[in-house]
Write a protein that binds this ligand. Structure first.
Ligand SMILES: Cc1ncc(COP(=O)(O)O)c(C=O)c1O
Length: 436
């Protein structure tokens, strides 16, 4: 990323001018490095783990191809995601299907392609079994289970329902084959995830006692954290954060933990977590013949993409309000943390690069829709020089959810294009549009 910005910013600017603002740039080589690093982290922690890339985190097809080439799987949560994963070259047996109460159409595709289905309720299990019976097939399933630390989650089965579903899997053995358990956990605590994973190992043992001999998979979900900024700077920021630093004194209650652990550290902490006074999670899993599934979205996309915007207008209110409002071509639907009523905090980089001026230029960044709340960055960023119409902003590390989770054709705007870029470090960069 640094090499691209240092040596090839002219190419980036010309791509943005030619293909329209905003423009997303996706870097499959970084995705590939992240996959290899995560594999190494699990191996070093002494754990057997299958990686399924959580497709919801980014719609680009290039990541599907990269996943297919590296032999990892994909986690999907809709028929459209499943179709795109298959079209990208991922075999059905390496596709996991998650999400609550999946419809019969998605079930039928899952059965036909031999996918692993995480079943969310007893009623879903009955419907899926009926679909498999009609197709004269056996479908591999995980039972999604509520964990003791988050008993009020809307996802997964509580203890009584899980017992009934485990027993039903035994009765429906020709149609469904119980391979293990999964869970949903909000938040990024590795200790809480380790405790939840350990509960799933108990459930596997229980299922095996009740006749499901293949119950040996524990799906620990996604939720591996990404470190966007240095932890020291992050805690300094939190200590002095206050509403006056945002446009219209907006108060944000919660942020993504931008200065958290790296994914590798999180894997070490998770697998090394003591489950009792004798064993770590990885050791207990090995003793019980358990294989993990991990479904990272954000962690595999760390630095694997960024977003460019062209500046349309600068409303310099420094004389009255103390800061400027920079309006860019495009909207916050292509970047923001709005689902979580939060702000995307990493500073954008201003292009073309210029020598820093004597004085910083504080400014928030707005989109060009007619919505008062359409701000890409509410926080007043200290730009190193005055921002001008025609400048470009680079928002870093946007591939994980930021780019396209909320993208919208509001105002009849076309959805932003994605450019796949390879090289740029040792070799000259090559680009193409991201298409199937
Ligand atoms: C079932 C499931 N798996 C994986 C993920 C990916 O999570 P993350 O991007 O935090 O790794 C999610 C996120 O919503 C999810 O719901």
């Amino acid at each position: 990323m640094s090499a691209l910005l240092d040596r090839h910013s002219v190419l980036l600017e010309s791509l943005l001018e030619g293909l329209g603002s905003p423009l997303h740039v996706v870097l499959p080589e970084v995705f590939e490095q992240n996959v290899l690093a995560l594999r190494d982290a699990f191996a070093a922690a002494g754990a057997d783990a299958d990686i399924l890339f959580a497709k919801k985190a980014n719609k680009a097809n290039c990541y599907m191809r990269a996943a297919a080439e590296l032999g990892i799987g994909v986690d999907v949560a809709s028929a459209a995601e499943l179709v795109n994963a298959l079209a990208g070259g991922i075999p059905g047996r390496r596709i996991g299907i998650s999400g609550p109460e999946k419809d019969d159409g998605l079930h039928a595709l899952a059965v036909q392609h031999g996918c692993l289905v995480a079943v969310d309720s007893l009623s879903e299990l009955r419907r899926l079994a009926a679909t498999a019976e009609r197709a004269r097939a056996t479908v591999r399933v995980l039972l999604r289970t509520r964990v003791s630390s988050q008993p009020r989650s809307r996802f997964g089965m509580a203890a009584e329902e899980r017992h009934a579903a485990t027993a039903l899997c035994g009765e429906l053995a020709g149609a469904v084959s119980l391979h293990g358990f999964s869970f949903h956990l909000a938040g990024y605590s590795t200790a809480e995830r380790a405790v939840a994973a350990n509960e799933m190992i108990d459930h596997c043992a229980d299922a095996r006692r009740h006749g499901s001999s293949s119950a040996r998979l524990v799906d620990i979900g996604g939720g591996l954290p990404v470190r966007y900024v240095d932890p020291q700077r992050w805690s300094e920021f939190l200590a002095q954060n206050e509403p006056t630093q945002y446009h219209a004194n907006k108060e944000f209650k919660d942020f993504y933990p931008y200065g958290g652990k790296s994914p590798g550290q999180a894997v070490r902490d998770l697998m090394g977590h003591p489950v009792d006074d004798r064993e770590t999670l990885a050791q207990r899993a090995t003793r019980d013949g358990i294989r993990f599934i991990v479904e990272p979205g954000r962690a595999l996309l760390d630095q694997a993409g960024f977003t460019l915007y062209r500046v349309e207008q600068v409303d310099d209110r420094r004389g009255t309000d103390g800061y400027a409002i920079v309006t860019v071509a495009g909207s916050s639907f292509s970047l923001s943390e709005q689902w979580f009523d939060s702000d995307y905090l990493p500073d954008p980089i201003l292009l073309p690069p210029h020598q820093a001026a004597e004085e910083l230029f504080p400014s928030c960044v707005a989109g060009s829709t007619c919505l008062e709340n359409d701000l890409l960055t509410w926080r007043k960023i200290a730009f190193p020089r005055p921002v001008r119409r025609g400048d470009h902003l680079v928002y870093l590390n946007t591939a994980g959810y930021q780019m396209d989770s909320n993208e919208s054709p509001f105002h009849d705007a076309p959805l932003p294009l994605k450019v796949v870029l390879r090289g740029g470090d040792k070799n000259p960069p090559r680009w193409r549009l991201d298409r199937l």
